[in-house]
Design a protein around this ligand. Structure first.
Ligand code: SAM
Length: 227
């Protein structure tokens, strides 16, 4: 199992539903200012944001590097593929990457990704994403938590050091014969300074809003326009 598939398996035990809804509301209200008919959701997860945008009449496509996430999207009838976003066909009025997706990429990969997304935008297209602030990493994300359900036990252990958050997920899942299967994977997230977003050739950073998702000023919303 890949680390992103283990995240997909464990996500429902993380208690992030409320924060996810709050983020979706924020993105939706930002997108309302634009005439968006087509949307690409990079790191679409289970497709919750696409479902909301489809109900607003927007044609949506999602990509995610977790095959598990994509199979859940497809079960919901969504247009979703487990491919690198750079390989997506077509152009879109808006592209979004919601809930930490940019933090999963290292600086060089991130810059390459953003320049590739500029190529996938129609003229006047917008790209919206959120990133964790230093405070969001050091004071909110770092630490340990555990949670369980009838058939699962999850422990999460996160350490922020040298601008990287290493989060170890350990999941025990009950099998048919009353035994438990153990899964363990680490996800690394990278802190990014705002200045890297101001030097892109294909995208212009037109707005940044630091806000509180869990705690004081833990996230920044970035809004780019195609140059
Ligand atoms: C915290 S989840 C958020 C999922 C979804 N956007 C939501 O708001 O529910 C981050 C997602 O990003 C995906 N991901 C991480 N790196 C990615 C990449 N380079 N390209 C596409 N998806 C990525 C993960 O598999 C995961 O589904």
């Amino acid at each position: 199992m890949t680390n992103l598939d283990l995240y997909a398996k464990a996500e429902h035990l993380l208690g992030i539903e409320e924060a996810t809804e709050a983020l979706y509301d924020l993105y939706r209200s930002e997108l309302d200012d634009y005439d968006v008919k087509t949307l690409l959701d990079v790191g679409c997860g289970r497709g919750g944001f696409m479902q909301r945008m489809i109900s607003d009449g927007v044609t949506c496509k999602g990509v995610d590097l977790s095959a598990l996430m994509i199979s859940e999207c497809r079960l919901k009838g969504l247009d979703a593929e487990c491919i690198n976003a750079k390989d997506v066909d077509g152009k879109y009025d808006a592209i979004v990457s919601i809930f930490d997706v940019l933090n999963f990429m290292q600086k060089e990969e991130l810059i390459e990704f953003l320049e590739a997304m500029a190529e996938k935008l129609n003229d006047d297209g917008i790209f919206i994403a959120d990133i964790n602030t230093l405070y969001g990493f050091s004071d909110v994300a770092e630490g340990t938590m555990s949670n369980d359900s009838e058939n699962e036990f999850l422990s999460v252990d996160a350490l922020f050091e040298n601008n990287e958050l290493h989060t170890k997920f350990t999941l025990f899942e009950k099998t048919e014969n009353e035994c438990f299967t153990k899964y363990q994977e680490t996800i690394v997230q990278y802190f990014h300074k705002i200045n890297i977003f101001q030097k892109l050739s294909g995208l212009k950073l037109v707005d940044k809003q630091t806000f509180s998702l869990y705690d004081t000023e833990d996230k920044t919303l970035l809004i780019f326009k195609k140059r």
